[in-house]
Design a protein around this ligand. Sequence first.
Ligand SMILES: [Zn+2]
Ligand SMILES: [Zn+2]
Length: 486
Amino acid sequence: MTGTPAGAGHGAEDDRRPADRRYVVLDCETTGLNAAQGDRIVSLALVTVDGGRVVDRWSSLCDPQRDTGAIHIHGIDNATARRAPRFPALVPEILRHLDGETVAAHNVGFDLFFLTSELERAGVPWRPGRVLDTLDLAQRFMPRLRNHRLATCAKALGIPHRAHRADSDAEVTAALLLHLLDRAEEEGHADPATLTVPGIRVLRRARRRSLRCDAEAPALSRRHRDAHRTVEAWPESTAVWRQALGTLQREDCPEAGRLLARFGVRKAGSPDPTDGPVADEALRTAIDLHLAGGAPDRDDLRYAMEGLARADAERRTPERLLALFPEPAATIARLPGCGDCAPCEAGGRCVTGSPAAALVSHFTEAGQRADMEELARYLPLIHEAGERTVLGRAARHVGQAREKAGREDEAAELWRWAVDRGARDGVLLNRLSMHHERRRKDDAAALAVCELALDGPLDGGGNSAREAIEKRAERCRKRLARAASS
Ligand SMILES: [Zn+2]
Ligand SMILES: [Zn+2]
């Protein structure tokens, strides 16, 4: 980033009050409501606020290369749009404004989904950071309004507004944003982390909502629609469910996997033992369907995976989770992170929806009864699946159980094995370096482990593990220097 004041664009380093921080307000006008069904951007505006005032405005019409749609809403006719630049020509300017910034919009999922769809079409990889939704904030901090449309909010605050012109909408959203941030601060929300959310999560929800298929969806075959009606009535009979879900699968319904998972989770929780195999089959098929779809959703996978893991923890057998290795596990490990789980937020590898994570939970949540040496046998499988974060977590647990049993050397050996395979669990690395420092009295080996740990983000253990490792590195360096000079 260039030409921005100190602290701008890096929320974490910015200790100004929320309303004084830097945000880029985005507004898109579009040919219709659904980016997933080919609707396009016809105009786009970006308004940058910093220090509580507008510091930059940029907007452009955009040729959607199709009918501009609802002219009565945005006022842009086909002839005007065709003279405008196409989206790829606008990309450098858009990224110059957005990169590294906190993006805000009114119903931010809508604008973000359109923007990223256009960027994807233009072949430009871009992932939003944290975002802020003035619609959410208005619902929280202006609860008494009859609705929270932009025009209604603007009117209530006396902000002049020409609705559905991208530049005017963005300008009004910016004014609304500053007002809402003031109000949020009055109500004790001085920390932006409570006002912003990960953009990737918002995007995923918007995408999922746009793909929803149900009995009301347009242009369905009669069979497809009837199957949705059956499922929506939530019948008691397993046979009826199976038939309806089978129809949805044959009709390529995008919701088939999700509905199958819901059915499976319900069967998994049933006291009838004959429901167990039905649940297994439904959940496994759901996972296959999710993975076969265009953009597997980690939240959907998590739901199905947790259904399997929960039933397993009760039965004390991880067999069905093991059946998911190594193919689906490796595919899931390669999916983009959810942006939302603890490892994602710490800059590590996502574990959401991972069968390896479910497998480890199966052992760790079983508490005292768990045989950690049994978990040890699955470590190569977890490694094979490419699940580095989970490998570290699993090796940490197994090693700590060995330590408790007085088998410290075997614990250290296992940790070394996991570290060599990419595990960067903070607690594990802390224990391993401690082992070298205290038990082996080998400062050089301890320092090497510390330096490896401090070389990048850690997957678990948080700041306390990192601090302990930093202190150990310091101690070892001093002793090694002293030994060298004597
Ligand atoms: Zn459908
Ligand atoms: Zn994640």
